[in-house]
Design a binder for this molecule. Sequence first.
Ligand SMILES: Nc1ncnc2c1ncn2[C@@H]1O[C@H](COP(=O)(O)OP(=O)(O)OP(=O)(O)O)[C@@H](O)[C@H]1O
Ligand SMILES: [Mg+2]
Length: 525
Amino acid sequence: MRVLLVDDNPNDRELIKRQLRKAIEGVEITEVARRDEFKAALQRGDFDIVLTDYLLHWSDGLAVLQAVKLQYPHTPVIMVTDSGSEEIAARGMREGLSDYILKGHMARLPEAMKEAIERERLNREYTRAVDELRQSHEALQEAMKQLQETQQQVIQQQRLRALGEMASGIAHDFNNALTPILGLTELLLDNPEVTADPQVKRYLEMIHTAAQDAAQTVSRLREFYRSRGRTELRQPLDVNTIVEEAVQLTALRWREQAEAKGIFIQVHTELQPVPLVSANGSELREVLQNLIFNAVDALPRGGDITLRTFTVDEPSPGWVVIEVQDNGVGMDEETRIRCFEPFFSTKGDHGSGLGLAVVYGIVQRHEGKIEVDSKIGKGTSFRIFLPAAAAEPRVLAEKESPVPLRCLRILLVEDKPLVREVLREHLLRQGHTVDTASDGQQGLEKFLASRYDLVITDLAMPVMSGEQLAMEIKKIAPNKPIILLTGFGDPRLAQNAYSELVDHVLIKPVTLFALRQAIAKVTAE
Ligand SMILES: Nc1ncnc2c1ncn2[C@@H]1O[C@H](COP(=O)(O)OP(=O)(O)OP(=O)(O)O)[C@@H](O)[C@H]1O
Ligand SMILES: [Mg+2]
């Protein structure tokens, strides 16, 4: 035990020293009689406990106590005195004195010192334990928070996936339903006898427009649920260029239309140099357009929209972030959680609720992620994270060059009578000869019995599917062009899935124009 003994009376010091040496084995005592000695000892700090008299000719015991505690809050101090009082003892205890011993009761001193040191040690341990407990409590709370956030995200993703599957089913059925509506109205509009009555013509045009709008909704829905094709058209792109383009493309909305309503909106860009990302340019522009449109809608009294690009090291180094921030109306908690759901909108008739669903789908397909922060009355910011492009070879868009159509002998295989009828009618009008079959089996029989330049077949059919039919035909005549029709979603995906097998994939509802183009393409040579 190392003791600092502060007392200016040499006799007293001797008394104390003797007492300590008797009772405490291996005790080391540093004596201090003057102020400069005290200061030097404080600086060295080489003591476990301090004993001090109250009356010193250069100070007093309470000042010694304060000076020690200031520098060594955990070192016990005991006052050993005859010149103190109860009042001083009480004050000392309040200020951290460990004990107060009268010189007449010196026998108690060694025990009091041991107790004081032990108490101090327990005190320190207690404080450390409390500290550790507090820290682990904080860590636990942080972990809980993260867990809750992850859970929220998982729930949201599951919900969006379920909605995606539902949307896929709806899109399929609607495509089948829209094909005859669009096709038959086109046929009727093409017929001068029918359109002679201007009112009939007007009604037909209205039906056609409505059906086209519906087809448009279905195709946006498709954007949300379709998964990424293997060789989707992606190239290394500079997102800063895309941001600038999106700002230009949307200027009509945020500048002209807003100003016409007396709303003043400023768009700022803060674009840092970022690595290229592997992306589909038009999809990325659509993402930004949707976000900008939403920001404009959130600024009914005007305000600022800021687009930023920068890089981050989370979730992994070199990710590119595009941020779209507005200081508009903001979202409440429920809206923020649900905003990516298809058809979720707070805009009544003014919004379809598909904008962010499309954004979400596109970002997912780019292996990115999207975050949203929002505060009611303060504004909203969406952040899109995209991985930087690996140095992968470019996948470029195939060129479409329609050529004049020849008159062809076509076998049309489709199980739905209405769709079949509409397509047959279209093909006949384009000057082709058409045979029809209502399932794959019948189609194959007809194909074997006659000679055709082209086969157009639906994918999902009873008895034998379009895929099986195409396989059989390609076995017999590998070069025979085949066009596959499907009501199931994603053209690029379908094109990829069946590109080995067939020459072209057409997604319903099939328009006259698309049909012509497809035929031109597969019969080009
Ligand atoms: N920047 C924003 N500020 C405040 N609310 C927003 C913002 N962006 C989206 N929202 C909320 O999220 C909802 C869904 O947005 P989303 O873009 O999917 O659909 P919409 O804008 O209502 O309709 P659509 O985009 O199809 O015309 C909006 O109705 C709105 O409530
Ligand atoms: Mg929107």
